[in-house]
Design a protein around this ligand. Sequence first.
Ligand SMILES: Nc1ncnc2c1ncn2[C@@H]1O[C@H](COP(=O)(O)OP(=O)(O)OP(=O)(O)O)[C@@H](O)[C@H]1O
Ligand SMILES: [Mg+2]
Length: 225
Amino acid sequence: MKLVNVIRTDDMVFQVWRDAKGNRFVSRTFRDLTKAVACEKLRRQGFPEKYLEPIERGTLRSTVLLKGEEVPIEAFEIARKWAKEKFPLSLLLLGSVGTGKTQAVVTAAWWLLKKRKIATARFYSAMELRAAFDKGELQKDIKEVDLLVIDDLGREYRSDYNAYIVEAVITTRYDLQKPVCITANITFEEIANRYTPRVLDRLREWAYRRIVKQTFSLRGLSGGK
Ligand SMILES: Nc1ncnc2c1ncn2[C@@H]1O[C@H](COP(=O)(O)OP(=O)(O)OP(=O)(O)O)[C@@H](O)[C@H]1O
Ligand SMILES: [Mg+2]
């Protein structure tokens, strides 16, 4: 097969191919969204400005300078691998404070949107889930959005009601086979204790699960690229 022509419209790329017998074939793909359009979509879907701004400005790094040495930002690597290789599996990203988890998942969601692997995403910090559930908004998002991000699972007030909401989110998304992307400071054991076994059991089967081993916080560090 030989590529004989490429036609680009605002939205699509058409490739015209010819085989050995002279037959022509056309393939169509959507063009990537621009960086700004993808950021704007996420902004409207509850993604925090603090994490969109460095994407838009292009100031994110894949490494930091630590005691004179370039060290990779582990959360960033994990989220990149998930988005490029493991999606549409879910992601469960655990790790200590300030290791770049939230920035990493927002960047991964932005990349998936830009590459048109998803059309809609929604960001909730775990502490916002209850208010959204009480308003009925969460139930709609759980069913509809292509990617649901829950940041800081376990930070919500510990109660049976909150645990029930988390369980409803995970089981419904699991039944629909629509991915969730979760960050947390707590361990697998704490997840198992806090919620019913159904939650961790589903995530075991259906999520790319990684623990960031990095021990230092990125807050206040500078350097790297
Ligand atoms: N790839 C990156 N490049 C540059 N700065 C980054 C990067 N990742 C994270 N940061 C910065 O490091 C700080 C901590 O990142 P982030 O909030 O994502 O960590 P976290 O693991 O989610 O922390 P917490 O557990 O407290 O929620 C933030 O100020 C963020 O802007
Ligand atoms: Mg965070």
